[in-house]
Design a protein around this ligand. Structure first.
Ligand code: EPZ
Length: 417
């Protein structure tokens, strides 16, 4: 196992380049299963989740090269019994929609919950049912099949990102029209739709709450550049806000990080927007505010842990309301080890800012909780050891290298355990 050793209070100055979006490249990789041709995907972050997804695509017979870009050909893929490897990442369930769309049938392990919540897939299955697929679950494996996939009208009771993506994947080559109402509007949905449209799919409304897919017979190989990772960008912005300094964050799309920019300004942090970057300036003493996570374009749940960590050393009290996942406060126990004063009641956390946080031995419990601990460690007095950093490597490319380049004292070491 590895851990990060972080010594806090170094001001952050310089510039950081943001990598491609994890939550965009994963559904796009799943979408390549629909395309019996060569695709090239650019701006791909080197993350453990990406390598895991590539291994899964290779299991089904995809030919994949991953250097600076991913070159992938799914001409000779075949349907197979589910691989245990799907249990390594939840995004593997996106393979279901793609394999169903390609072969008309698929067997897959039902995904389990994870640290942040139960993560059900009932809305995914509701969508496949509307398209005419029969489903049976036995021994933790779901078998889905359809003689023909026919378009239909799907209403999502919650604007689920994964369900929206999975239903699009199953619908792009179904017969006729599919309408997905109350769908997710995240930028990563638009990016996957843009990729598929380039390949010949007929999709309209991506980014709105209603997406229409007209089935086509086949798709062709394309080249595509993945959008920047808005959550990575937000994470570094908060690191500057909490520690102090002045840092340009490059390769961002301002619109995608608008809630983060506006919330930081509410907290009296200076954020300057330019063409494809933002400049964050701070003395490191932010004023706490309230946060309520919502589906896009609301405040992103994937930034909640990081904001909670930032407010732990803020001025005043902030109330954090996590409406999207039922168990996304795992970072709070670790923040308390550093002296944070936070009380949790259900899905609400009350953060009473303290003068200073103190370095401690803490553990990442999930991806964004790990990022939150880096933010608090960089702002804390003394040294913090962060264990289980494999969670962080799932979603942040070379995070310690990027932070070191702007003056942070952070190193990756092997831990005894
Ligand atoms: C995606 O997960 C992201 N992952 C998550 O990012 C992100 O937190 C989440 O969307 C919300 O924005 C990827 O894109 C790979 P959901 P997903 O389906 O698709 C409920 C990160 O840190 N729900 O929108 O699994 C569910 O329980 C990760 O990068 C159902 O009830 O999220 C949850 O409460 C974490 N039934 C809510 O919807 C369903 O069938 C949001 O889930 C599906 C979801």
């Amino acid at each position: 196992m590895e851990k990060f050793i972080v010594t806090g209070r170094n001001k952050i100055n310089g510039s950081i380049d943001i990598s491609g979006s994890k939550n965009s490249v994963l559904p796009i990789l799943a979408a390549t299963l629909l395309i019996p041709d060569t695709c090239v995907i650019n701006n791909v972050p080197k993350l453990s989740d990406v390598y895991t997804m590539i291994e899964l695509l290779k299991y089904y017979g995809a030919e994949v090269e991953f250097n600076d870009s991913i070159k992938i050909n799914c001409s000779n893929i075949e349907n197979k019994a589910p691989s245990d490897k799907v249990k390594d990442i939840r995004a593997s369930f996106l393979l279901v929609g793609a394999l169903l769309g390609r072969f008309g049938k698929v067997s897959m392990f039902m995904p389990g919950g994870c640290n942040i919540g139960q993560r059900p897939v009932d809305l995914h299955l509701k969508g496949f049912g509307v398209l005419g697929a029969n489903q049976s679950i036995e021994g933790g494996i779901i078998d889905i099949s359809a003689k023909y996939l026919n378009g239909g009208e799907v209403y999502l009771d919650f604007p689920s990102v994964g369900a929206t993506e999975n239903i699009i994947l199953a619908a792009v080559m179904a017969k006729g029209r599919t309408v997905i109402s109350n769908c997710a509007t995240e930028p990563e949905i638009i990016d996957m739709a843009d990729f598929l449209i380039k390949a010949g799919a007929k999709i309209s409304g991506a980014g709105s709450d209603t997406i229409v897919v007209e089935g086509v017979d086949c798709l062709k190989g394309v080249e595509h550049k993945v959008i920047p990772d808005r959550i990575e960008a937000g994470t570094f912005m908060l690191a500057v806000a909490g520690t102090g300094g002045k840092c340009r964050i490059n390769n961002v799309i301002s619109e995608h990080i608008k809630p983060i920019i506006l919330k930081l300004r509410e907290m009296e942090v200076d954020v300057e927007e330019s063409e494809n970057s933002v400049i964050v300036s701070s003395e490191g003493n932010i004023v706490n505010t309230d946060i309520k996570t919502m589906p896009y374009p609301g405040f992103p749940t994937d930034m909640q842990a990081q904001f909670t960590a930032l407010m732990a050393k803020g001025i005043g009290t902030g109330v954090v309301n996590e409406t999207v996942f039922e168990n996304r406060f795992m970072h709070i126990g670790e923040l308390k080890k550093m002296g944070a004063n936070i009380t949790v009641e259900g899905r609400t956390a009350v953060v009473r800012g303290v003068e200073a946080l103190a370095g401690a031995e803490v553990e990442a419990t999930d991806l964004r909780a790990g990022a939150a601990l880096i933010i608090s460690a960089l702002a804390a007095e003394g040294t913090t050891e962060i264990g289980h950093i494999h969670y962080i490597d799932r979603g942040y490319e070379m995070i310690e290298k990027k932070l070191k380049s702007v003056g942070c004292d952070i190193k990756r070491v092997r831990s005894e355990e």
